[in-house]
Design a protein around this ligand. Structure first.
Ligand code: BGC
Length: 356
């Protein structure tokens, strides 16, 4: 049974995302938090996915149009990367853009690959879901495949913009999922198919070999640490079937170390003290829906709705932060926890849609 609080927050989330979408089609990560007044491929893709699932076709397609412009205006850079030999200088694409698609001059942990894989997955799923043509995005889809083939298995910053020396499981899963989405689309040109199969196959082998060592997915290759982002491997990216024993052990490890009412990113997180993240809580609920555990999924939905203040969701809630002594430092540095975080609203919408 959907509660009035959940219904109200669903309506509010859709109107907030619509209202904050920039005329260019980009979504700001958080309009009221200076560090997040930019568009990330990661956040933006999950926001577009939620809007697509909620039937907001025009909003999702405006975002895909923005991605297309961002990528096609950088085709020379992608071509140079794709042709770069070992040791040649590499100018990677950023993770965070100005809302008009320009590049921010503020330094950032910019080499993150997951968002480019995620946008391909979300784009292809959207076109199939709503029977929409993929042709308007075909040049960008092909360029993204070139980019992922060139850089998709390199170490890079993770979802949380940390640990750039590692190869992160959820990042690799995003790349493989995006390449498989492209392979399932008639828009992918035949000369790119071999490389896309090779890169996604290499990733799948790397991840499978790693899980054989630990019995479950880990934060990065060689690690047995749990991370909330791994929930996307079992839902958004489809890396494993939800009832695969490896998936079950991964979720068991997340439940053991990261779940209170909401879900922590990873043990020992100090960002705003390392609180419970709204988006990850929705991901856990989504996994539970797929396992047929609708009562726990609804509990997550209700808990998220109870965290909204005036209809707005934060990035994380810090009442049970793991390291509360770090909260003041971040408040002084970047301000109060980012609210409203559009990615939180998006994942709430995705969970609410899955619970219907
Ligand atoms: C998170 C990223 C996110 C960004 C914008 C960062 O604090 O670690 O995952 O993309 O905020 O929401």
């Amino acid at each position: 049974m959907t509660t009035p609080a959940v219904s109200a927050l669903v309506a509010n989330s859709i109107s907030l995302i619509r209202r904050e979408q920039h005329p260019s089609g980009s979504y700001p990560a958080c309009p009221s938090y200076p560090t997040y007044r930019y568009c990330w491929f990661r956040d933006g893709s999950f926001i577009a996915d939620a809007m697509s699932r909620a039937g907001e076709v025009a909003s999702a397609e405006a975002f895909f149009g923005w991605c297309t412009r961002v990528l096609t205006t950088r085709s020379d850079r992608i071509a140079a990367l794709a042709g770069a030999g070992p040791g040649s200088p590499r100018v990677y694409l950023p993770t965070r853009y100005e809302l008009d698609g320009g590049e921010s001059v503020t330094p950032w942990a910019n080499f993150q690959v997951d968002g480019y894989g995620t946008w391909l997955r979300v784009l292809v799923d959207h076109c199939a879901r709503h029977r929409r043509p993929v042709a308007p995005y075909s040049a960008a889809l092909n360029l993204t495949v070139d980019y992922l083939n060139a850089v998709g298995t390199l170490p890079c910053y993770d979802w949380w913009e940390e640990f750039p020396e590692q190869r992160h499981t959820s990042t690799l899963a995003a790349v493989s999922s995006g390449l498989k989405a492209a392979l399932s689309s008639e828009a992918l040109t035949s000369d790119r198919r071999g490389a896309a199969v090779a890169t996604s196959g290499e990733i799948d082998r790397l991840v499978a070999a790693d899980t054989r060592r630990h019995g479950r997915l880990g934060k990065w290759l060689g690690s047995d640490v749990a991370d909330g982002s791994l929930l996307a491997c079992l839902t958004s990216y489809g890396t494993l079937a939800v009832d695969d024993p490896v998936a079950e052990r991964t979720v068991a490890a997340i439940r053991d170390s990261l779940v209170r009412e909401g879900v922590y990113r990873y043990a020992g997180d100090t960002f705003y003290g390392g609180g419970e993240w709204i988006n990850l809580t929705a991901w856990l609920g989504w996994y539970e829906v797929l396992r047929g555990d609708s009562s726990n999924a609804r509990r997550r939905l209700d808990w998220i709705a109870s965290q909204a203040d005036g209809g707005l969701l934060p990035e994380q809630v810090t009442g049970r932060a793991q390291r509360p002594e770090h909260i003041a430092h971040w408040e002084r540095t970047w301000g109060a926890v980012a609210t409203p975080l559009l990615w939180s609203h998006a994942m709430f919408l995705t969970l609410a849609t899955a619970c219907r």
